[in-house]
Design a protein around this ligand. Structure first.
Ligand SMILES: [Zn+2]
Length: 360
C-alpha cells in the first residue's frame, strides 16, 4: 500500500491534483495562487476540491497545512481518501482544502511568509489580545545565540517562569498567541494573512454560510501523545459544536476550555472563523497527531525561529541543517508506524463525520 506521505510540497500537491482529476465525484475545483514561489521555485497554491452536489445542505471540510510543515500528514490523509472509492451520504458534499499555508508547507516552516501563525490570525485586529507572559519570556524563547551555553541560561529563565506560574500558565504564555513579537513563536500578525483572506473568499464563493450542517476536520501534528490523533474541540463547552463532536467522534473528543486537552486555550484560532460563519450549524475539530513532547515542540520551534532571524552568511551549515531536520522530524516523523496511524485514524474520523452528518 502506498504511504501517501510525499517528501516535498511540490510532490504532495501533484499527488493531490492527480487524484482530484481522477475522482468521479469531482464537481468543482480551483487553485488560489500565492504571490510567491516555493523553495523549488514551484507554484504555491491553496487548492480546493468539491466532491458531490454543489448545493448539498450537509458538508464535510477537510483542511491540511494550516501550519505549513504539518501539511505532510494532512495531505497524506487527503490523498488516501481520494485514492479509495469515496461514497457520500444523500445531500452531502466533501470539500478538501489542500495547503491552507502553502508557503510554510514548501519551506517546511510552521508559519507563513510573514512569520504569521495562521492558527492565531483569526482575531479582530482592532482589539488585539494581550499576552504579557510572552513579552516576559521573549528573549529567553529566542535567545541571541543558539550555543549550548546561551541555551542553558535561557532554559533556566523559562523553567523559573514555569515553576512560578505552573505548567498551564507557562504554555498559555508561550503558545496561546502573541501580537507583539513578529520574529517570535505563535505570532498572530497585525492584519489578516493571505491564507485567511483566501478562506474568506472561498467561503463566499461556495456560499458556505447557506449550509445546514457542516463538519470541519483540520489535520495537525506535533502536540500530544505519539501516534494518537486527539480530537480537539474549541467550541464553547456545552454548545452544539461540542455536542455534535461527541456524538460523532465519541470519547476521543477533548476540550481545551475544560482543561481536558493537550492543547491549552488559544487566541485567533481558525476554528473561530467557522464558528462565526455557521453559528450552531458546524462542528470544528482539530485532529492533532502527537509526535513527541511539548518541551520538544517548543524547543524545535525556538530553533527554527532563531535560525530564521540569522543573516544567511552567519549561519553554520551543519547547525542550520540540524535545526531544520529536528523540526521536520518533530512535525512529520519518518517512522512508518506513525505514518500508518495517521492515515488509519484520519480516514476513520472522516468516515465518522460523514456518518454523523447523514444521521443529522
Ligand atoms: Zn498545528
Amino acid at each position: 500500500m502506498p504511504t501517501f506521505f510525499q517528501p516535498t510540497y511540490r510532490q504532495a500537491r501533484q499527488q493531490f491534483l492527480r487524484a482530484a482529476a481522477e475522482q468521479p465525484l469531482n464537481t468543482w475545483q480551483t487553485a488560489r495562487i500565492h504571490p510567491l514561489k516555493g523553495c523549488e521555485d514551484e507554484e504555491l497554491a491553496l487548492d480546493a476540491l468539491w466532491l458531490g452536489p454543489r448545493d448539498a445542505e450537509h458538508l464535510l471540510v477537510v483542511q491540511s497545512a494550516t501550519h505549513g510543515v504539518e501539511g505532510f500528514a494532512g495531505s497524506a490523509v487527503q490523498a488516501a481518501l481520494l485514492n479509495q472509492k469515496v461514497s457520500l451520504p444523500n445531500d452531502t458534499a466533501l470539500l478538501l482544502l489542500h495547503a491552507m499555508n502553502p508557503w510554510g508547507f514548501s519551506f517546511q516552516r510552521r508559519v507563513d511568509e510573514q512569520g504569521i501563525d495562521l492558527n492565531r490570525n483569526f482575531v479582530d485586529f482592532t482589539r488585539l489580545p494581550e499576552n504579557p507572559g510572552y513579552a516576559e519570556l521573549a528573549s529567553a524563547l529566542i535567545p541571541a545565540s543558539w550555543s549550548p551555553k546561551a541555551l542553558e541560561v535561557a532554559d533556566q529563565q523559562l523553567e523559573a517562569y514555569r515553576q512560578q506560574y505552573g505548567e498551564t500558565a507557562y504554555e498559555v504564555a508561550v503558545s496561546g498567541g502573541q501580537y507583539t513579537h513578529p520574529e517570535g513563536l505563535f505570532y498572530g500578525g497585525q492584519a489578516p494573512s493571505w491564507s485567511r483572506l483566501q478562506l474568506q473568499a472561498l467561503a463566499e464563493e461556495l456560499e458556505l454560510e447557506q449550509r445546514k450542517a457542516v463538519a470541519i476536520l483540520d489535520v495537525h501534528t506535533g502536540l500530544g501523545d505519539y501516534a494518537v490523533g486527539e480530537v480537539i474541540c474549541d467550541h464553547p463547552p456545552g454548545s452544539q459544536g461540542v455536542r455534535w463532536a461527541r456524538r460523532w467522534y465519541g470519547e476521543a473528543v477533548t476540550e481545551p476550555l475544560l482543561g481536558t486537552s493537550s492543547s491549552v486555550p488559544k487566541q485567533g484560532l481558525i476554528d473561530f472563523f467557522w464558528h462565526e460563519l455557521l453559528p450552531e450549524r458546524c462542528s470544528f475539530v482539530t485532529l492533532e497527531f502527537g509526535t513527541g513532547s511539548t518541551p520538544q515542540l517548543f524547543h524545535v520551534l525556538r530553533g527554527d525561529h532563531w535560525l530564521a532571524q540569522q543573516p544567511l552568511s552567519s549561519v553554520d551549515s551543519v547547525q542550520s541543517l540540524a535545526i531544520q531536520q529536528a523540526l521536520l522530524e518533530h512535525f512529520c516523523p519518518a517512522a512508518s508506524d506513525w505514518r500508518k496511524a495517521v492515515i488509519a485514524q484520519g480516514l476513520q474520523r472522516i468516515d465518522q463525520a460523514l456518518k454523523g452528518l447523514a444521521e443529522w
